[in-house]
Design a binder for this molecule. Structure first.
Ligand code: FE
Length: 253
């Protein structure tokens, strides 16, 4: 278990709680934003890791100071242990209005369901103890109801599955071109259409981003690699763009 501090000043800290997954689980990152002693946990993960993440988080903040649980989308590596987090903390949950009643299937008890605040499709500004976090639309990247978080203090964009890499030994992306083989297949297959990338790229260039921190794999640090990623993803044919010949009835050999 370990922590990587991505940013720190007197009243603000961004910590990557390093991957706790094992066995067959897809490796996943948990991120914590702390501002003036209050915190938001992003994409807390599933059942096999929740106690480890909780223990690690407790070294950074007292659990009652966890104010928000952010769920970028509805995948199990993000929401499966939601009930644990609601029962063990008093945090408010934030997720797309598309998913609240689906996530209830993971056993979210009636007593805590009303602690989920739905994020409207347009996104929102969220106050974390004095800092305005931006909850940004990231729909179809890859989920139909999908959000990202931009922290204006650290200038970190928490991008969810966008930018995710698989099989990386390194934590920080060095040579972006050498990193492309680690992201290409995932973006081609898990993302539905290049239009989502293009809408996102146009929007996101309005922000001053120093770091892109995905939910899986390595982190893009520094404007050069941040911009290289945005420029790259904007032109990746993916999903339905590549499936014209796939929709055929399977035949017996
Ligand atoms: Fe996902």
């Amino acid at each position: 278990m370990s922590q990587i501090t991505l940013f720190e000043n007197n009243d603000h800290k961004n910590v990557l709680l390093e991957d706790y997954t094992e066995g067959e689980m897809i490796p996943a990152n948990q991120h914590l934003i702390v501002h003036n002693g209050k915190a938001m946990l992003l994409d807390p993960g599933g059942h096999k890791i929740h106690s480890k993440v909780y223990a690690e988080l407790s070294t950074l903040i007292a659990p009652p100071n966890l104010k928000y649980l952010f769920f970028s989308h509805q995948d199990p590596d993000i929401v499966a242990a939601a009930n644990f987090w609601f029962m063990m903390t008093s945090a408010e949950g934030l997720m797309s209005q598309l998913w609240t009643r689906f996530v209830a299937h993971f056993g979210i008890d009636r007593v805590v369901f009303n602690r989920i605040r739905t994020i409207p499709d347009e996104g929102m500004v969220l106050d974390l103890e004095g800092v305005n976090l931006l909850i940004i639309p990231g729909h179809f990247l890859h989920s139909a109801g999908n959000f990202q978080v931009y922290d204006p203090v650290s200038k970190i964009l928490y991008s969810g599955d966008l930018g995710a890499s698989i099989g990386t030994e390194y934590r920080i992306v060095g040579d972006f071109d050498a990193h492309i083989p680690r992201i290409e297949w995932f973006h081609r297959r898990y993302m539905p259409t290049v239009k989502a990338f293009q809408l996102w790229a146009t929007m996101i260039r309005e922000l001053d981003i120093e770091t892109i921190a995905p939910q899986h794999g390595a982190i893009y640090q520094g404007k050069e690699n941040v911009n290289k990623f945005i420029d790259w993803v904007e032109n990746v044919p993916c999903g339905l763009d590549r499936m014209d010949n796939l929709f055929r009835i399977p035949k017996v050999d």
